[in-house]
Design a protein around this ligand. Structure first.
Ligand code: KE4
Length: 428
């Protein structure tokens, strides 16, 4: 693989964009080397600026669940653009995608569209605080809900102390209202609730975590959160920015038959255009302006091009009742193949997989939370990443990310990938 053009483009980008990228993970800091600049993509393949083809297992961090440049989405955007690109006024299209989303996802009556997953989660927390008249939230170490101040918090010193900022620019005043819990640890959550009685507005959780690699909830974890929230007047927020419309038609609420109070969406719901959303039963959503007192707004919220892309994507998923079974089968096939070749090559690893989310961790122990995810051997991961890129396979440039399987992948692509992993892992 040659990266001459990507290297030139990166040098030019660094002059006018901080770090040469518009989102840090793209800079390859966790794996080293020069970021790959993409020229185009189609189906399961990326084509970089040096003419290399890469089988894509990231798919823009989730949105491309039906493959890149999916015709119905592209056509919808082109047709809509001819009629104007933004009005700042209501359109029928917003009602159409809202009604479809509400029909696909259990336990929501209304949905508000925004422009990113961050905005969706930030707004959901403000809504929960306004609805409960409480200030504090619990989040989980290793879960990522976007870059809003309340989420850029790391665990405090003691088990029940407040969080501390994990980024300059986040104030201590903000951090004191965010409590950090351990993923998959209900006892830890109970302790935090006891120590902050009647002060917690919401628990926000990735119901299947994807920002520590892929980490499914252990049996009883989500059910326990539901019970604790109900018993303590706390709203349960499912951050389904990754899992929504990916792990099932109705997301994790459907998959595990658990009701959240507010659900956040992003990625797939926008078909690759900037869309986030948050949804809940009417009693909660009616607290939002202009109906209720909780303010939230956005110039490009419900943008016609983004709504056209999202509607085409949701319609395709809604009309194909086999899609999630196909995605699960392809991902399980990939996981089994990876396990076979890594075992044969005496590699120490563990694989987490659920639906079309999967991650490989170079550690023998189960990966069930941030601490166990951090125990993975990152030097091996770096060799894994770069070795696969050299073979024409693109996985996440960080061990703390999940892979996102697209239905555009064929079993030939999967076999190619498994063979590439076999070849690369022989060099470990
Ligand atoms: P955005 O603001 O990036 O659209 O969404 C934030 C967000 C919220 N919740 C979850 C569960 C998420 O995974 C994300 C964003 N995911 C990352 C991937 N780990 C996006 C990639 C990036 O930051 O460039």
């Amino acid at each position: 693989m040659i990266y001459q053009r990507s290297s030139q483009l990166f040098a030019e980008a660094e002059k006018v964009i901080p770090g040469g990228v518009n989102s840090p993970v793209r800079a390859f800091k966790a794996v080293g080397g020069t970021p790959i600049f993409v020229k185009s993509a189609k189906g399961a393949y990326l084509y970089d600026e040096d003419g290399n083809r890469l089988i894509d297992y990231i798919n823009s961090w989730g949105p491309m669940i039906l493959g890149h440049a999916y015709e119905p989405v592209v056509e919808a955007v082109i047709e809509k653009a001819k009629l104007g690109t933004s009005f700042g006024m209501p359109t029928e299209l917003e009602t159409q995608i809202a009604a479809l989303a509400v029909s696909m996802v259990p336990n929501i009556d209304k949905i508000r569209f925004v422009n990113s997953g961050t905005e969706a989660c930030m707004s959901a927390v403000r809504l929960a605080r306004g609805f409960t008249k409480r200030d504090k939230i619990i989040k989980f170490a290793g879960c990522y809900h976007g870059h809003s101040d309340s989420f850029l918090i790391q665990a405090g010193s003691g088990a029940v102390t407040f969080g501390t900022p994990n980024s300059p620019g986040v104030t201590a005043g903000t951090a004191k209202d965010t409590l950090l819990a351990k993923y998959n640890d209900l006892e830890n959550v109970k302790t935090l609730i006891e120590a902050n009685k009647n002060e917690i507005a919401a628990i926000i959780v990735e119901p299947v975590a994807g920002n520590m690699g892929c980490i499914p909830p252990v049996k009883g974890f989500l059910e326990g959160l539901r019970e604790l929230c109900t018993a303590n007047g706390i709203l349960l927020i499912f951050d389904e920015v990754m899992t929504g419309f990916r792990l099932a038609r109705g997301g994790v609420q459907e998959l595990f038959n658990i009701n959240a109070d507010i659900v956040c969406f992003g990625k797939v719901i926008g078909g690759g255009l900037p869309v986030g959303a948050f949804a809940a039963r009417a009693e909660i959503m009616n607290f939002l302006a202009p109906l209720g007192p909780v303010y939230q707004a956005g110039t490009l919220s419900g943008n016609p091009l983004a709504m056209a892309a999202g509607l085409a994507m949701l319609q395709a998923l809604d009309n194909d009742r086999e899609i999630f079974k196909r995605l699960e089968a392809k991902t399980a096939y990939l996981g089994a193949g990876i396990e076979r070749v890594l075992k044969a090559n005496n590699v120490v690893f563990t694989i987490n997989q659920i639906g079309s989310m999967i991650s490989v961790h170079f550690d023998a122990n189960p990966v069930t939370d941030f601490q166990s995810a951090a125990a993975g051997d990152n030097e091996t991961f770096k060799k894994f990443f770069h070795g696969l890129v050299a073979e024409g396979v693109y996985i996440a440039p960080s061990a703390y990310e999940t892979w996102f399987i697209t239905d555009a992948l064929t079993y030939e692509d999967l076999d190619f990938t498994i063979n590439a992993i076999d070849k690369v892992s022989k060099t470990f």
